[in-house]
Design a protein around this ligand. Structure first.
Ligand SMILES: Nc1ncnc2c1ncn2[C@@H]1O[C@H](COP(=O)(O)OP(=O)(O)O)[C@@H](O)[C@H]1O
Ligand SMILES: [Mg+2]
Length: 257
């Protein structure tokens, strides 16, 4: 049976040129920082939306200082604007309470959020994804046909091992992969770069551990002036100019059922 929400989501996302999901194998690697900084960098030249779908640890609202803004309801939900970015987060529904969602509820809430949010015209929608390859991630892939992925990893073999699985999955289902960002680097080392290139996937760059970024949480101009912010600007530039590499054939919904 065809899920009617699929058609609604297609309609909602129709006027968005590129949808870029920022994923990782595990949490705590810098997905939220990368997503927010990427949205900020791109918003200087483009129309940008940022959607925080990380039910496990929504944090983009803190980085952007958007916790006291609320969406407007108008035959759907209009995301509030912060620093030129249209921002939507699950936090608007869960408030500061621990998220009551579990398993299938999370997937349902994500689908619901995709179906009610009205983005209008956007050049880029950046999605701060939940970590890993759980059902929620598969659902986002399933419901958003236009999705491309950026993967964030730390230099650790442990982080890479989880990323490797995510990359295999994305290749298998034919999701375009823009490339891998290595974050929180602390010494010169080509391990992640070599592993990424073995996959035939672009290595987008390395970002060193930057003790200054903690102070910049909630202050976006300060964030974009850190080494972290400057590196993300470079990465944003190359993403805007290039595209993504597509592996294999897109398999449709049935593979997720
Ligand atoms: N390059 C970096 N240098 C220093 N701290 C970082 C860096 N990248 C991320 N952090 C910090 O690490 C923590 C986890 O980052 P976060 O973006 O929340 O990860 P995720 O969204 O993957 O769970 C946050 O406290 C963040 O400020
Ligand atoms: Mg996060």
């Amino acid at each position: 049976m065809i899920d009617p929400r699929l058609a609604i989501i297609d309609e909602r996302l129709k006027k968005i040129k590129r949808i870029i999901s920022v994923g990782s194998g595990k949490g705590g690697v810098g997905k939220s920082m990368v997503s927010s900084a990427l949205a900020l960098a791109l918003s200087k030249k483009y129309k940008v939306g940022l959607l925080d779908l990380d039910f496990y640890g929504p944090s983009s609202h803190l980085i952007l200082n958007a916790g006291n803004l609320y969406p407007e309801e108008k035959n759907g939900i209009l995301p509030p604007k912060i620093n030129k970015i249209k921002f939507m987060s699950i936090i608007y529904y869960t408030k500061d309470n621990p998220s009551p969602f579990k398993g299938a509820d999370i997937s349902n809430a994500i689908i619901e959020l995709l179906a009610i949010t009205i983005w209008h015209n956007l050049d880029f929608l950046i999605i701060d994804m939940p970590p890993g390859i759980g059902e929620e991630v598969l659902n986002v892939i399933h419901f958003m046909k236009k999705n491309e992925f950026i993967i964030v990893t730390t230099p650790s073999k442990l982080s890479w091992e989880t990323v490797r699985k995510l990359l295999l999955l994305l290749k298998e289902i034919g999701v375009p992969i823009i490339g891998v960002v290595e974050n929180m680097k602390f010494e010169k080392n080509d391990f992640i770069k070599n592993e990424t290139e073995k996959f035939g996937i672009p290595y987008l760059g390395e970002i060193y551990f930057d003790a200054g970024i903690e102070k910049s949480i909630g202050n976006t101009s300060m964030l974009m002036n850190t080494n972290f912010g400057k590196k993300i600007e470079e990465i944003a530039e190359s993403i805007a100019n290039k595209g993504s590499i597509k592996h294999g054939l897109i398999r449709h919904s049935k593979s997720f059922k």
